[in-house]
Design a protein around this ligand. Structure first.
Ligand code: ATP
Ligand code: MG
Length: 338
């Protein structure tokens, strides 16, 4: 029986699949559209198609769009299975003989046994017979070129849509770390609340995310602006509003200041030689929300440590997981130390 090896990231925001010998084949929103017809609930679309249906939600109340991954973990394994199965069918078109599927799957740091089990069961039910769960932050470190097994310790901070991982990697792949829960979706909610309080302006989650990605900034006086559509909370009329980066700065800064506090607390609990390695080599930020404007200067000022970022920040986890698929010695080394 042919064996197909996959690397999979099922993130709160998107799912990405790498297939050995073929490359990165899929990146789609981690979303499932379900119809609530009287005959029962039925999955009508997943991924990009489900995202497209989001704008139609509530018009007739028949379709709802659900995110089965929340804060990095699977909150609805039935829908997560349906989503993963569809994605796998896209990258592994049906053949006469069913292939044997094996996969490396990226997961958040420090998840519970039952959360791990949810990932494993979802993968099994989606047709994968052999599953290896590896912390996303370790995969991201590898994807970013950080040497696993090096004598020098490195700090890697991953800010995803649903959670933030702070980890130290070094001679033992993972020396330690924490998952501080919140992620970019909390920033989006913060932007929504800020605009409601300041302008009586209601926007959707998607609009909040768009604002964050286009003008969100950790520079206090950034004057970048964007015009978006929403609704007046008093008159309920649809309206357009031009907002500036400084209008949403408090919502954004609030969140990153909490991450800075958590990093400082992890650093203060590190062994002296680890802390001095980090102070010398700096902190590497990964995950989509590390792409916010001004992040490097903000954390350098707050922590007095040099900061590295990457344009591929949101794909480093799957890139590292793919590297592990291709390098069995590296995989063995990582598996011994996570
Ligand atoms: N330029 C940008 N500025 C700020 N945030 C961004 C930018 N580009 C993407 N993001 C955010 O990155 C997040 C997606 O990143 P990523 O793919 O790392 O998350 P994820 O792995 O799906 O989530 P998690 O690991 O938390 O489950 C979203 O919150 C998105 O809004
Ligand atoms: Mg992630």
């Amino acid at each position: 029986m042919a064996t197909i090896m996959l690397a999979i990231k099922m993130g709160s925001s998107s799912t990405t699949i790498y297939k050995q010998n073929e490359g990165f084949l899929l990146k789609e929103p981690s979303l499932v559209a379900i119809s609530g017809s009287p005959r029962g609930k039925e999955v009508v679309a997943v991924g990009l198609e489900a995202k497209r249906l989001q704008s139609k939600v509530n018009e007739d109340g028949v379709i709802s769009v659900v995110a089965p991954v929340y804060e990095g973990v699977l909150t609805n394994t039935e829908l997560a299975t349906a989503m993963l199965k569809t994605f796998i069918d896209k990258v592994c078109p049906k053949k006469l003989f069913k292939p044997n599927l094996r996969a490396i799957v990226c997961v958040p740091l420090g998840i519970t046994i039952s959360e791990k089990l949810a990932f494993e069961q979802t993968c099994y039910h989606a047709g994968i017979s052999d599953v290896l769960l590896i912390p996303s932050i370790v995969c991201s470190a590898i994807g970013n070129g950080i040497e696993i097994g090096s004598n020098t310790a490195s700090m890697v901070v991953g800010i995803g849509a649903g959670c933030t991982d702070i980890a130290v990697v070094g001679d033992n792949a993972l020396i330690g770390g924490v998952n501080v829960g919140m992620g970019g979706s909390n920033i989006d909610k913060g932007i929504e609340q800020q605009l409601l309080a300041k302008f009586n302006f209601i926007i959707s989650d998607n609009t909040a995310e768009k604002i964050k990605k286009e003008i969100g900034s950790l520079y206090i006086n950034d004057s970048s602006e964007i015009t978006v559509s929403g609704q007046d909370s008093i008159t309920r009329e649809a309206k357009q509003l031009t907002i500036t980066a400084s209008d949403i700065y408090p919502a954004i800064e609030h969140y990153y200041s909490k991450i800075a506090e958590s990093i400082a607390s992890v650093l203060s609990s590190c062994a002296p030689d680890v802390a001095s390695d980090v102070a010398r080599c700096g902190i590497t930020f990964v995950g989509g929300d590390s792409k916010i404007m001004g992040l490097e200067k903000y954390f350098k000022t707050k922590l007095n440590i040099s900061i590295k970022t990457s344009d591929d920040a949101d794909d480093l986890d799957i890139m590292g997981a793919a590297e592990l698929l291709e390098d069995s010695d590296l995989l063995k080394k990582v598996l011994l130390n996570i």
